[in-house]
Design a protein around this ligand. Sequence first.
Ligand SMILES: C[S@@+](CC[C@H](N)C(=O)[O-])C[C@H]1O[C@@H](n2cnc3c(N)ncnc32)[C@H](O)[C@@H]1O
Length: 403
Amino acid sequence: MNKIPECLVHPVSIKLIRTGHPWITSDNFSNRFPRHSEFIVATDDRKRAMALLMHDPYHKNIKARVWSTKFPFDREAQHFTAGVQARLDLAFEKRSQISALKERDNFYLVFGEADQLPGLFILKLKDRVLIQFYTQFWNRYKSIIQTTLQEVYPEFKDENIWFQLRGETRELQKLPANSTNQERRDEFHLQEFGLQYLVRLGSSYDHGIYTDMSSIRHTLAPLIKENSSVLNLYSYTGAFSLWALKLGAKEVTSVDLSPKYIEWLQQNLGLNPEINSTQHHALTMSVDESLEKFISENKKFDFIICDPPSSSSDGEKRTSAIKAYRELLIKMDKVLQPEGRLVLFLNTHQVTNQKFEKTIQDNLKELKLNYKLGTRLSLGQDCPTLKNFPEGSYLKGLVLEKL
Ligand SMILES: C[S@@+](CC[C@H](N)C(=O)[O-])C[C@H]1O[C@@H](n2cnc3c(N)ncnc32)[C@H](O)[C@@H]1O
């Protein structure tokens, strides 16, 4: 192996690496890393080697990720493949010890940085596997990842292994592709907490169920009361709606702008004959419009789930979810019963838990809305996080109780 280039990194990166933060973002230092080097050794201002980095010159923001802070780095790089295998094995072993995962067909076998495999996510979807790369660095390690996976789980057949590049720009966002047949499309059902969901691989960027929300669905179970009326805003394919019906809600209303996702939701309802679909109402419209409609009809709900996309555009300007919450709170409050509950989600690594909570509290105060803060929701079980890496804790939620 050629000598790995040693490169000075930004003073902020030096500090962050020392605290265990694994990302080197784009700056005057990282943009000058030698383009063709797969690995870089990061050095501090006294030219001391600090970390072995996985280099990704193609990524717009994250130019490199820390692989190891253990000396000697040339050895760590030489044994990189063995290191990948060992870290994969460890991640699989951890999942096998979480008994709660037996209640669902879908869970993460590898969750990126927190499993010491930066930018690599592996999702088990029943007997299929979706291997997601958040950095193109992993492209050349496809076969070693697949082989290691199949050594531990021989039940995953070649034709059921899918790869996907999850990019930050449109050009880099790839559909999941099958490892043996690029043309393949796959549709199947999987089970989460006793409910069936339709999953589609190969035909859309997202495959129909957000597994990073599964443990949160479980956490919400005691809060969704029998005979309650539930409103699921930004419902997508309806995982929270079906879950609420299964838990005994007497009426569930789902709202999503996308006809495709509402149709998918209807198919999910059809897969679960024990659910009485006459108790479900689907509205294909914007959340704003639906809330206006409920206000004008004086319609009220006991439980509202709100999971907006991290930012949205009305064609003219972009609004972040955190900013949109002020208006949403005003409207949701009008359609929530006294003692009802709001579950607010924010899905972005750009806003920390503290900032989200403070913004919501400030809004409530300013709007003179009287709510008590209940459970804080976050990634769990199969989706571990790292203490000094807030970007990995991208999903956050708050339960608010109306006083
Ligand atoms: C993050 S996903 C919600 C995931 C869902 N909570 C789940 O766990 O399955 C966001 C959804 O919001 C929908 N959406 C985006 N903007 C919207 C709007 N203004 N009104 C209604 N739905 C919208 C999208 O079509 C998408 O299905």
